[in-house]
Design a binder for this molecule. Structure first.
Ligand SMILES: O=C(O)CCC(=O)C(=O)O
Ligand SMILES: [Fe+2]
Length: 233
């Protein structure tokens, strides 16, 4: 896939699949359900995305919702980020969507997921913002199958917080609902990307101590149960 991963990202000398980024992502989703990619996209694209993100007036961002729940007060306990839905009107966003289209086709070819489209938004976590533990999709009640988050926070430092904390997949742990065992902490470092199965992994954004920039997206299937959008747009 042209832009979705760089050679530097690929550990050498393990197996034939390692040379093909799409293969590596598909294998990870099949075997562990998620993958963290330190630098899958070209720096020029990342820079253009961040410039576009920052050029948008803050007033064009909306307080993010949580599924059907439209109670602003309640939402504020769960998440305090602000989002901006993306389309192809900006060239950098359009290039990013091209990469995600390559990924979509590559995953469909390898995993037969039947991914139908991709929707994404910028998310801005101002200082003090968080998103409590949640699932992006509940089995049988959504059309979101694969979640992606691309981080655009420049010069992120550990003291800045805002890590994505991923919990053990549901079913694989003792709990029926949300599991409590942290299996991964992903730094929202510029250029880093995480891809995971939407229905499997509870996750949480820890409080960010500075402005945190990201692009969150979902590959969806086209099923009749898909009227629930989280967040509603
Ligand atoms: O920004 C992140 O690390 C995750 C965001 C997230 O979980 C969401 O928007 O559903
Ligand atoms: Fe999420």
């Amino acid at each position: 896939m042209n832009a979705v991963i760089s050679a530097a990202d690929i550990p050498r000398g393990r197996g034939p699949d390692d040379d093909d980024p799409l293969e590596r992502i598909a294998t990870a989703l099949r075997e562990t359900g998620y993958i963290v990619l330190p630098a899958p996209l070209p720096p020029a694209l990342l820079g253009a995305l961040l410039r576009h993100f920052r050029s948008l007036d803050q007033s064009r961002f909306q307080t993010a919702g949580i599924g059907r729940e439209d109670d602003h007060q309640l939402n504020q306990f769960v998440r305090t980020d602000e989002i901006y839905w993306l389309d192809r009107s900006n060239p950098a966003v359009s290039a990013y969507l091209d990469s995600m289209e390559t990924l979509r086709l590559g995953l469909n070819r390898r995993l037969f997921l039947g991914l139908f489209d991709y929707e994404c938004h910028y998310a801005h976590y101002q200082r003090g913002s968080f998103y409590k533990k949640h699932l992006d999709a509940f089995k049988g009640s959504t059309n979101r199958v694969v979640s992606t988050v691309l981080y655009l926070t420049p010069n992120w430092q550990p003291r800045d917080g805002g890590e994505l904390q991923i919990y053990a997949p549901i079913g694989g742990d003792t709990d029926e609902g949300m599991s409590h065992r942290v299996i991964e902490k992903v730094a929202p470092r510029f250029g880093q990307m995480v891809i995971f199965l939407s229905e499997e992994f509870p996750h949480e954004v820890l409080t960010s101590h500075r402005s945190r920039y990201s692009v969150t997206g979902w590959f969806r299937v086209n099923n009749s149960l898909g009227e629930q959008l989280d967040p509603p747009r």
